[in-house]
Ligand binder design. Structure first.
Ligand SMILES: Cc1cc2nc3c(=O)[nH]c(=O)nc-3n(C[C@H](O)[C@H](O)[C@H](O)COP(=O)(O)O)c2cc1C
Length: 370
């Protein structure tokens, strides 16, 4: 029976030492030039030395005009690569595989960073603190593809094992998938899912062609935006199939966006205990049923028994966790050895993000959640 301690070999041959993944969490530990810092490097050294099979950095913008958060670590031509080499080395020192999460915040770029960010359309985020965006032009789309390629190549040069393209949580690529936001009438949008998926597929194609085959390429995708008229679960299954065809090594499933912060629930009201804890599990299992590549799901996993059952039942392959790694950076080793059978659950001390008044949500999303 498979369990969290078992190795996993990805389609490109990279071996993960176990099934526990530290999901992306915006660390905001970059300096004034958005370079990585010693605190950032030390944090990843600690995470990497304490058990997780795979580490994914927080939201790493490919374009410094589209940070998701002040203090993001940026990977572009102005980045100090000596520091990035140290970051990659620190995260991998204990035997973990290490990916950079590449992102462009689109309309979820805070106004203080960019009052008029580029987005897929001019539809503004329905929260205070975000300016009216400008729709990407064809020329800007070509530049954007080059930015993703350059950042992925820099990650490869620095010694990372791969990249995860962030196409979830309402950022640029995620908003492009949404019929609610992507109202374009050209080949990059509108009612056709093929058109709305074109941007993320072109990013994946361009990156895949520019990096070595053994460099891992993953995508974080919403199971649904959970918004009326938004990207829904049926679309998510179809897009996952398209991503698989482009050579993606695994897909991570999450859900929601800043307007609908479903990624940060405490638990769901599902009748099954397993799905109550891991609130996107059933969505991810339905997507995995349509695919051959491994599937990771993140959101709410806390008990070893729920994690092992999810893997043994074949519903998913990798267990992503975020908040427990903040509470105790060493917990994964304890969970894998059986010393504990439950990850720390600090979030229960706070109200769930979706229950906060809307006026407070941007602060939670913008300053604490990526
Ligand atoms: C402080 C914080 C920052 C986050 N930043 C990111 C991010 O940069 N990129 C991302 O894809 N998800 C981000 N997330 C979401 C997590 O990866 C994860 O999907 C979410 O926390 C649910 O998993 P959990 O219940 O194990 O915490 C962040 C979450 C937290 C708590």
């Amino acid at each position: 029976m498979s369990n969290i301690n078992e190795e996993l070999i990805l389609p490109n041959g990279v071996k993960l030492r176990n099934r526990i993944v530290k999901s992306a969490m915006s660390e905001a530990l970059g300096d004034e030039n958005n370079d990585t810092t010693q605190a950032h490097i030390d944090l990843f050294a600690q995470w990497g030395e304490h058990g997780a099979g795979l580490l994914i950095t927080g939201n790493t913008p490919v374009d410094r005009m589209h940070l998701e958060h002040a203090g993001n670590f940026v990977l572009d031509s102005e980045t100090d690569m000596n520091k990035v080499l140290a970051l990659a080395k620190a995260g991998k020192r204990g035997g973990a595989t290490f990916l950079v999460q590449l992102a462009h915040a689109g309309r979820q770029t805070p106004e203080i960073v960019n009052p008029h960010p580029t987005s897929i359309s001019d539809i503004r985020l329905d929260l205070p603190g975000y300016g009216k965006p400008k729709p990407l032009t064809e020329e800007q789309i070509s530049i954007l593809l080059e930015q993703y390629v350059r950042s992925a190549q820099l990650a490869q040069e620095a010694g990372f094992d791969g990249v995860e393209i962030h196409a979830a949580h309402g950022y640029l690529l995620s908003s492009s998938l949404s019929p609610r936001i992507n109202n374009r009438n050209d080949r990059w949008g509108g009612t056709s899912l093929d058109n709305r998926a074109r941007l993320v597929l072109e990013v994946v194609k361009a990156v895949r062609a520019a990096v070595k085959p053994e460099f891992v390429l993953a995508v974080k995708l919403n199971s649904s935006d959970f918004q009326a008229g938004g990207f829904d679960h049926e679309d998510s299954v179809l897009v996952a199939v398209m991503l698989e065809a482009e050579g993606v090594d695994f897909i991570e499933i999450s859900g929601g966006n800043f307007e609908e912060p479903k990624a940060y629930q405490h638990s769901s009201k599902n009748e099954f205990i397993e799905a109550r804890e891991a609130y996107f599990l059933e969505y991810a299992a339905a997507i995995k049923a349509a695919l051959k590549i491994p599937m990771m799901v993140t959101g709410g996993f806390r008990s070893t028994s729920v994690m092992n059952d999810a893997i043994a039942s074949g519903k998913i392959d990798l267990i992503g966790m975020g908040r427990p790694f903040i509470t105790d950076p060493t917990f994964a080793a304890k969970l894998l050895s059986g010393e504990i059978d439950r990850a720390p659950v600090i979030e229960e001390q706070f109200p769930p993000a979706e229950e906060l008044p809307r006026i407070v949500q941007p602060y939670v999303c913008n300053f604490d959640l990526g």
